[in-house]
Ligand binder design. Structure first.
Ligand code: TRP
Length: 324
């Protein structure tokens, strides 16, 4: 039996290199040996952006276009939209009955976001219950593996705990999933903080050459390296952090920077070349995809048809376990 994989992202706009290297790349790899379910977590998008839902449809299509651009193959993977499979909301409700409030209140992502996000009122039940909904997504498909970025680890852990609790009460029904982290679990943004849309420090998938040039030009370099011959400190340098992702020989670069034989201007120029090269095919693919919305919608519909079959089977077992 092939292992089953489920992952998702919230449709909040275009994806960036953080999504690509942090998660999407492993989604793509898993397609070859696993049964993969990739979903647009549109209900999750509402946990924080409930006040304006006008962009969810459009963002979902943009995101699916980005996924396919990155190499997700609709012929191999099941791509669907969470809200179209009603079982997600049903399992969310059932799991909410057995979720201790303390687990939710202690969840690190909850604590962090409640403290950090000040421009939205997050004192709502849905936001507190975010990990319960995510658990429903994963458990509904009996996923063995959940490929995610570092920030989602606590949610996968939560999912295991809630599955264990369900199985203890009602008998062995749900599968405890394992997380899978990519090698580059954290991609830094242009300013050295984690790459994130809300920080405005990201490089988008399919970004055009002018934008790339501008972004690379404005990156900070090592403040102690003023002339080419000054010894550099690549470990704290954001340009080098990108080279570690794109350059085949980052060690050599590191030595040359430290030795004062490679200057920052040249180093940036080489980074820009690598970025442009990497991005060109992605930008082309993305442009074609985004101009064919009907195709993207068809992919989602076909994915939903398959996803609902799997979800339905699990739900029947759940009802049986509950003796309903
Ligand atoms: N919380 C995830 C994120 O913000 C998105 C998500 C929703 C998800 N449901 C999921 C990820 C199930 C993995 C599995 O990125």
């Amino acid at each position: 039996m092939h292992k089953r994989v489920l992952s998702g992202m919230r449709p909040t706009g275009r994806l960036h290199l953080g999504h690509y290297f942090g998660a999407l790349r492993s989604w793509v790899e898993l397609q070859n040996d696993c049964e993969c379910y990739y979903m647009s977590a549109d209900w999750h998008a509402l946990t924080t952006d409930y006040a304006d839902t006008s962009k969810v449809d459009e963002n979902t299509l943009e995101m699916v276009a980005d996924w396919i651009t990155a190499g997700i193959d609709p012929a191999k993977s099941i791509i669907f939209r969470q809200s179209k499979i009603l079982y997600h909301s049903e399992l969310f409700l059932i799991l909410s009955m057995i979720t201790p409030l303390g687990w939710l209140q202690r969840c690190p992502t909850y604590k962090e976001q409640i403290n950090e996000i000040k421009n939205k009122d997050l004192n709502n039940y849905g936001f507190l219950g975010y990990p319960v909904l995510q658990s429903a997504d994963i458990l509904l498909y009996k996923a063995d593996i959940v490929p995610v970025g570092e920030d989602q680890l606590s949610h996968v852990e939560f999912t295991r705990e809630i599955a264990r609790r369900f199985n203890n009460f009602y008998g062995n029904t749900l599968i405890e999933p394992k997380e899978m982290l990519t090698k580059t679990a954290r991609v830094l943004g242009l300013d050295g903080r984690k790459m994130s849309k809300s920080y405005g420090n990201s490089i988008l998938l399919g970004e055009n050459n002018d934008a790339l040039e501008n972004k690379v030009k404005n990156m900070f370099t090592d403040p102690l390296k003023i002339k080419k011959t000054d010894p550099g400190h690549p470990d704290g340098c954001i340009v080098f952090a990108f080279h570690e992702i794109f350059d085949k020989y980052p060690k050599k670069r590191k030595e040359e920077c430290k030795a004062g034989t490679l200057g920052c201007v040249e180093c940036k120029k080489q980074l820009l070349e690598m970025l442009v090269e990497f991005m060109r095919p992605l930008a082309e693919r993305r442009k074609d995809l985004i101009s064919d919305k009907a195709y993207l919608k068809k992919i989602l519909e076909a994915g939903c048809k398959k996803a609902v079959e799997t979800a339905n089977k699990t739900m029947e077992e759940i009802h049986k376990a509950l003796k309903f």
